[in-house]
Write a protein that binds this ligand. Sequence first.
Ligand code: ADP
Ligand code: MG
Length: 382
Amino acid sequence: MNSMITESVKAKESTTYAFSNIVTIKGLTKRYGDITVLNKLDLEIRKGEILTFLGPSGCGKSTLMRLIAGFDTPTEGSLSLHDQDMTRMPPERRPVNMVFQRYALFPHLDVFDNIAFGLRLKKLPKAIIRDKVLKIMELVQLEKMASRWITELSGGQCQRVALARALVNEPEVLLLDEPLAALDLKIRQHMLVELKRIQDVTGTTFVYVTHDQDEAMILSSRIVLMNQGCIEQIATPDDLYFRPKSLFAAKFLGETNVISGIVTARSGNEMSAAFAGGTVRSTQYDAKVTVGSKIHILVRPESVHITPVLEPYIDDPQASNSCVATLKSILPIGGRVILVAELPDGTAIKAQQIRTGEPSAFYVGQSVHLSWRSDVMAMLIE
Ligand code: ADP
Ligand code: MG
């Protein structure tokens, strides 16, 4: 076990500073008859990362996984591993393993034999198989379950067997297609933490599929947000959340305020825009933006700072994005409160605060000052 950990740590260290791509996907297209399921995808999977395909049901996530695994062939485009083309390589020759949503375990074999199955196919010596299986069982915390039947296991334990059975083959890339979908919420949350730990210990590149934004945010090094067979955005969870590149991205992840504005000035790397009741300033530079361009300003409720207008407002130099609005409703939700304010043109802006139990300074009908920092705001050209 320890040598495995040390090796993986070494492997990780060598890839921490320079990203090396393990899989390169170019112009990947999959059509079934007239239906284009994946449309010209370009994507690089980095060694040692947890890359997540996130998107609504039917957007092509599983199809993309099947193409990477080799269970299906693309209509157009290519896939390569390191620098070797694997577009037409059969699945068993790819250093890739897949964990399925329904586990696909063998019910007539016990835990040990399920995990050992792939190694026996490879005809490895018995002692080596035993050694590898025991190490993996320890890693996924199944060491006491070796002789249990699959039918005697809980959903979470089945998931661990499925994971162990794939990891024991030491794949370079492990594909996980909605692996937690069949589990209850509590076990799912626990397994997420476990998956992260196991990935960290082994250093294996994980490609993960989910339609659950929270799962993607917790787990991923990077997220590939997909929409109708296309890639909307590839970004770190933070960038995707705070700096979405499209309305689809902004609305798919959590809640966001969308405010319409018009560009009033542009110079160098900075642009300003006006909206009903206020102005924004951003250092985002987009060559297509000109004075008069219509834009959408996107900002998360938890990034909106709200104060009653009567208080002397201390100007924060970073808080250049501000406006005055009228408080329309106060919605306490457990430990949070959502304050909904309305701009002069009727646009609603939500601000979220943590509830501490202290008396609130807010009441419906009062004038409020809203502000947020430029680095948590996205501006999109309409
Ligand atoms: P996701 O995993 O994101 O939910 P899928 O990749 O399973 O989506 O499917 C994407 C689209 O491709 C869906 O509209 C689905 O109906 C279609 N599709 C998948 N496999 C086939 C197939 N073998 N024949 C025809 N259409 C398919
Ligand atoms: Mg799917």
